[in-house]
Write a new protein. Structure first.
Length: 381
């Protein structure tokens, strides 16, 4: 039985390498390399996808539930089989494997237990923890704390059983304030003022732990296998900052983000759409190298459109990732308008989602991807 499972993995790797070698012009690692070198991408930096339509969610949840019961060889084979799946609808592929257990991964090092469910792969905390419990809390050991040892196991397993063409990504590191929010729950928003000293103590603990893990991950993965993309390796997710003001960010979050920026030398920001988060991180962090914008319909604190974002970053070598929900009937118009912005600022990537599309629309999505792939090469390369 074990040999049969290894056989599936071997076939998955063989097929992946075949597709990988046949499609160098669709390998998104080249786009990332160009952007980090300060060049306009030599390949189209465009991905067009469908979202998960409500009618598809039940079958997705069922499949996730089945996947969790598989052995490690089969899970790895399925992940590798999925690496080149984007090509089916005309998108580029990125040959790397994640080692994350979702957004709550690092919070487990501080005692959070995750309740996973098929319809929520990130899970939810089984319960939040009291802030006073961290008064004498020692810095977690990265070799023992929470899910971190399992991340190390995943890295070792991938390195042992896959070729170097498949890169290895970091877990979802989130950011100090996001992790504190996961640990404390919504209580954090009054504890900021009722227990400010304790909040700062916890945020410093989290930041110190993140830095220790950031030191270890390159050693665990190795240079040859590293998925080296600033949007993954030097990223601070600021989702929870959409729920606080600029002033509160400056008072409680800024100093910890600055420590991470100092450690890396530069930083990537996921503002999670909020315009005031986009603004304040650019204003307060001097070495932002990557940030994001785009119009998303349902957000907590609004969205940041591309024109506003470009006006804020013009003249700075910042990679701007545009992630936008398409409006039905205006797909081509929107994408074409955005691509013209490359004349203003060459360091752009574009990711589009049609939330109204279902599986039956995949043929149209493939044609749209091909159309703008050809358009980009003709106009910008």
């Amino acid at each position: 039985m074990k040999e049969e499972k290894r056989s599936r993995l071997s076939k998955a790797i063989e097929e992946f390498l075949k597709v990988y070698r046949q499609n160098p012009d669709r390998n998104y690692l080249q786009v990332y390399e160009d952007l980090q070198e300060g060049r306009r991408p030599s390949l189209p930096p465009i991905c067009i996808n469908k979202g998960w339509h409500p009618s598809e969610m039940e079958s997705l949840a069922r499949q996730r539930s089945l996947d969790e019961k598989e052995d490690e060889f089969t899970k790895l084979a399925k992940k590798i089989e999925g690496l080149t799946a984007p090509l089916k609808i005309g998108n580029p592929f990125t040959p790397y494997l994640s080692t994350s257990f979702g957004t709550m991964t690092l919070a487990t090092a501080f005692g959070i237990k995750i309740l996973f469910s098929p319809d929520n792969s990130d899970g939810n905390p089984k319960q939040h923890l009291p802030l006073k419990g961290f008064d004498n809390f020692e810095l977690p050991d990265i070799f023992k704390a929470g899910l971190i040892p399992k991340i190390k196991e995943q890295i070792d397993f991938i390195k042992e059983n896959t070729p170097s063409e498949i890169k290895i990504g970091y877990p979802d590191m989130q950011g100090p304030f996001n992790i504190a929010h996961i640990i404390l729950g919504t209580d954090i928003f009054y504890l900021l003022y009722d227990e400010a000293e304790r909040i700062h103590h916890l945020l410093q603990l989290i930041t110190n732990f993140m830095i220790e893990l950031y030191k270890a991950l390159p050693l665990w993965i190795g240079e040859e296998r590293m998925f080296n993309w600033i949007g993954a390796t030097k990223r601070i997710a600021e989702c929870s900052c959409n729920l606080i003001s600029k002033e509160t960010y400056r008072e409680f979050v800024k100093s910890y983000d600055l420590q991470l920026e100092k450690f890396h030398g530069e930083i990537a920001i996921h503002p999670c759409n909020g315009k005031h988060v986009f603004d304040v991180t650019l204003e307060e962090l001097p070495n932002v190298r990557y940030t994001e914008c785009g119009i998303i319909e349902k957000t907590v604190a609004g969205s940041t459109d591309i024109d506003y974002a470009l006006n804020k970053i013009l003249g700075r070598p910042i990679i701007l990732s545009v992630g936008q929900e398409l409006v039905e009937g205006r797909e081509e118009e929107t994408i074409r308008e955005h691509l013209e912005k490359l004349h203003q600022h060459p360091l752009l990537t574009f990711g589009y989602t049609g939330m109204y599309w279902t599986k039956k629309d995949e043929g149209y999505i493939r044609k749209l991807n091909q159309k703008f792939y050809d358009y980009y090469l003709e106009r910008f390369v």
